[in-house]
Ligand binder design. Structure first.
Ligand code: KG4
Ligand code: ZN
Length: 330
């Protein structure tokens, strides 16, 4: 079995994955959303302290598996440096104490492997990754070769939802809150600009849209519940149109056989439905991970580490460092 740890942001999670059949035998995650909500975003120092408290408690409840663990895997890039360090420190301690190898895992690669849990999925795979830190189109050719085709030049998709929610004092994380509010809103009330609409650049950008929303909110002054819903719906529409516009542009060049969507924001049903229609027009099925594996979790880290384990790809304990900003998926 492989024990995996995730602490790249505000979720403390540990999983145990069986090597023979990739079954997740144990998976526990403690989200810190309630602690960060009053700040409208993740406070790194607070998140790190909560990981230091929660990770040992989760490990305690996985105690019965420890004698069967053959390797320990941990997210070491990218993420918040102080939170990544908590998971890496625990993984190193386990590696030394249990005399087992350690595997450093790239967080975005782990998100791609969320598709593979309890699902039969094969490479190569065109992937749209939408999370709090990233918006990317990735060509996942195989375990060792994942090419980033397009990336965010400023804010990411999920982050823009968080920021728009913060502007209206709705709490954190903004994604599910905005999606829920948007259901009772008029998506055509505000014509927010679709980012990079007249550019051929294959990239994502959300800061312009975010600022347009900020100006509208300032103009409205005191927001009624209906105003908030209409802002949420109109913003969600423009944010989604941007993704669809860029993916359509790429699909026309590439004609993917199948498309997958991963990352915390892939839970957004409005985005999923619109993307499904786009994929159908290219005769490509849209693959999604199980809902519980969309947002950050250790099961996806373990599923990814399983492939590294089978290929004998281990990290050296002295050289395994955290890389908060790493962009290239390795
Ligand atoms: O993948 P994830 O758990 O963490 C990162 O790796 O960043 O993604 C969290 C992000 C947050 O920004 C959150 O607001 C967003 O995903 N998110 C959503 C939805 N659910 C979560 N964004 C839009 N719609 C949602 N339903
Ligand atoms: Zn993530």
């Amino acid at each position: 079995m492989i024990l995996s740890i995730e602490s790249s942001c505000d979720d403390s999670s540990i999983a145990i994955t069986r090597v023979d059949d990739a079954k997740v035998l144990f998976h526990k995650k403690i989200s810190q959303e309630a602690e960060h909500t009053k700040y409208g975003g993740v406070v790194p120092e607070l998140a790190s302290r909560l990981h230091a408290k929660e990770l040992p408690r989760i490990l305690e409840s996985a105690k019965e598996y420890l004698s069967d663990i053959k390797a320990v895997a941990v997210t070491n890039e990218p993420g918040l440096s102080v939170t990544l360090l908590e998971g890496v420190a625990m993984a190193k301690a386990l590696s030394i104490a249990l005399k087992i190898p350690i595997i450093g895992i790239h967080h975005l690669k782990a998100h791609i492997y969320s598709l593979f849990i309890d699902n039969i999925v094969k490479f190569p795979q065109t992937v749209l990754l939408v999370s709090g830190g990233h918006t990317q189109i990735i060509e996942a050719k195989n375990h060792a070769d994942m090419e980033v085709i397009a990336t965010s030049i400023d804010d990411s998709f999920g982050e823009s939802f968080d920021k728009v929610a913060k502007m209206m004092s709705l709490g954190y994380p903004g994604g599910p809150i905005i999606e829920q509010l948007a259901r009772s809103g008029d998506e055509n009330r505000f014509a927010f600009p679709i980012p990079l609409l007249h550019s051929n650049r294959l990239a994502f950008s959300y800061s312009g849209l975010k600022n347009a929303v900020r100006l509208e909110i300032e103009k409205l002054g005191d927001l009624s519940q209906q105003d908030k819903s209409d802002v949420a719906a109109s913003f969600q529409k423009a944010a989604t149109e941007h993704i669809l516009h860029k993916t359509r542009y790429y699909f026309r060049k590439k004609s993917p056989k199948s498309v997958a969507i991963v990352g915390g924001a892939s839970a957004n049903l409005y985005l999923r439905n619109r993307l499904e229609i786009l994929c159908a027009s290219f005769n490509a099925p849209l693959l999604v991970a199980k809902l519980k594996y969309c947002s950050d979790n250790a099961a996806m880290v373990g599923r990814c580490a399983l492939e590294s384990y089978k290929n004998n790809e281990f990290s050296s304990i002295n050289e395994l460092l955290v890389h908060p900003k790493s962009s290239k998926i390795n």
